[in-house]
Design a binder for this molecule. Structure first.
Ligand code: HEC
Length: 139
């Protein structure tokens, strides 16, 4: 009887552990969820200027001195997606320190204020993954 219980406990813990670990470590699933998260954040924070498509047709774009660039064309043929550049642009802080004022709101600060330091990195990462997913040129 004891062995049966021990066995049942073992099976149960394996189910629980794999149930927890497998979905989290499946990189395909994680990639999609970052992209989905980024898509939501984009519609919420960025589409007003950059447009729902990311091409720069947002309703606020007309009022800007410098129009928002086409975010679906950041990757150049034969080159990799400029991940770090995009991340820095969104996060803003390094860019601001190096170049003074940026015409784009500094989102790193917004995300930190609304959701804390850890979440800020996750949000910026999700946005970069989303922008990577909408590139017309794929690597
Ligand atoms: C108030 C309008 C506005 C909003 C809102 C906005 N942007 Fe921008 N964005 C701009 C403008 C204007 C530029 C071009 C000027 C610049 O780079 O400073 C730009 C540039 C960028 C670039 C650099 C592209 C390149 O060519 O290097 C990225 C990446 C970007 N935005 C992403 C985002 C993301 C992600 C969000 C939402 C979190 C966002 N933007 C929200 C106006 C906006």
């Amino acid at each position: 009887m004891k062995r049966v219980i021990a066995f049942a406990t073992l099976v149960f813990s394996i189910t629980v552990v794999t149930g927890w670990i497998l979905p989290a470590s499946s990189s395909a699933g994680q990639k999609t969820s970052f992209v989905e998260k980024g898509h939501k954040l984009f519609n919420q924070y960025c589409a007003t200027c950059h447009g729902i498509s990311g091409k720069g047709e947002g309703p606020v774009a007309a009022a800007l001195k410098v129009g928002p660039p086409d975010l679906t064309a950041l990757q150049q043929p034969g080159e990799k997606f400029p991940f770090y550049h995009v991340q820095t642009k969104i996060d803003g802080e390094k860019e601001v320190a190096a170049h003074g004022t940026s015409k784009m709101p500094v989102w790193g600060q917004v995300f930190r204020r609304t959701s804390g330091e850890m979440q800020r990195h996750a949000d910026v990462y999700a946005l970069v993954k989303y922008i990577e997913s909408i590139q017309q040129v794929k690597s």
